[in-house]
Write a new protein. Structure first.
Length: 301
């Protein structure tokens, strides 16, 4: 019950979902960014990572005290009801909440540094919205994650906000490619949430947690999840074809396309087979391959 339990509680397998939109936004703005682009991009990455970890701890706290994560202790991590959670493992809920607060504070400090470097003081309002979205997902008296809105907010904040926010911080503009890149990243994030909710569909139903998967049912939810993964890949490939550089730089791009296809097939197969413990990291890998398509096609143009 030492440091490893906190590392597990941070849910490292979900962190690529925070990095992918930042990579997409930074790559799309790179040629138009100023001299401080590396510092600003790195700070945006830390903001996204720390907010993701803070949200993971906050969700652990809120679901834990509600009993939604009952039975998900460290000793039961290999069971079908998913990876272990801190509160369910006996960690003091106040400590979990404090960990969420520390990570959120660190994210705020990195965000303030971005504001100072860019001069975009209205980013403070965006940061506040991100904090509120992270807390009220399953926190508070009326968490939106329990009322069919989790998928919508994940698409907005893990896709559009993270991608377009990074892009604007670096270049002062948001382009249609930024919106497409944000949509691709957001769809993968929604797919990860759907896999998580497919795994917990019975538990969520029993605890009054209403998600798109509890509404669709396992079969339709499975088809939907695989479909949005495919759509995210198609958006990335569309950007690649529009960049007009695939002929001159074919080898690295063919390699990353092959990796993207392999990740798509592996993730879809795992989802269809209901092996959700494998599907979650595979979908996270998929987010990085989608981001890599945007990064390579933009940087090599």
């Amino acid at each position: 019950m030492g440091i490893m339990i906190w590392i597990r509680g941070a849910r490292l397998k979900t962190l690529p979902l925070a990095i992918a939109p930042v990579l997409i936004g930074a790559s799309l703005a790179w040629h138009d960014a100023g001299q401080r682009r590396v510092v600003v991009a790195v700070l945006c990455g830390f903001v996204a990572l720390l907010l993701q970890i803070a949200a993971n701890f906050a969700n652990d706290y809120s679901d834990g005290i509600r009993g939604t994560d009952a039975g998900r202790a460290i000793a039961g991590e290999q069971l079908s009801h998913g990876p272990a959670r801190l509160v369910a493992s006996g960690v003091n809920p106040k400590k979990v909440l404090a960990a969420a607060g520390i990570c959120a504070l660190a994210a705020c400090l990195c965000g303030l540094a971005v504001v100072v470097l860019t001069g975009y003081w209205w980013f403070i309002a965006v940061g506040l919205a991100c904090l509120l979205a992270g807390w009220f997902y399953v926190g508070g008296k009326h968490p939106y994650g329990y009322h069919y809105l989790g998928e919508v907010f994940v698409f907005i904040f893990f896709g559009l906000v993270a991608t377009c926010g990074t892009m604007f911080a670096l270049s002062g503009a948001i382009t249609p490619d930024g919106l497409l890149g944000g949509s691709a990243a957001g769809l993968v994030a929604v797919a990860v949430l759907c896999v998580n909710n497919l795994r917990d569909i019975e538990s969520d139903s029993n605890h009054g947690k209403h998600t798109w998967m509890t509404a669709m049912g396992r079969q339709n939810g499975t088809v939907f999840t695989i479909a949005i993964l495919i759509i995210s890949a198609l958006i990335a490939l569309h950007h690649l074809l529009q960049s007009s550089i695939y002929a001159a730089n074919s080898i690295p791009l063919i390699a990353i396309i092959a990796i993207l296809c392999a990740a798509q097939i592996a993730a879809s197969y795992a989802i269809a087979r209901k092996t959700y413990r494998r599907a979650l990291p595979l979908c996270s890998l998929d987010s990085l391959t989608v981001a890599a398509i945007f990064v390579l096609s933009t940087m090599l143009a």
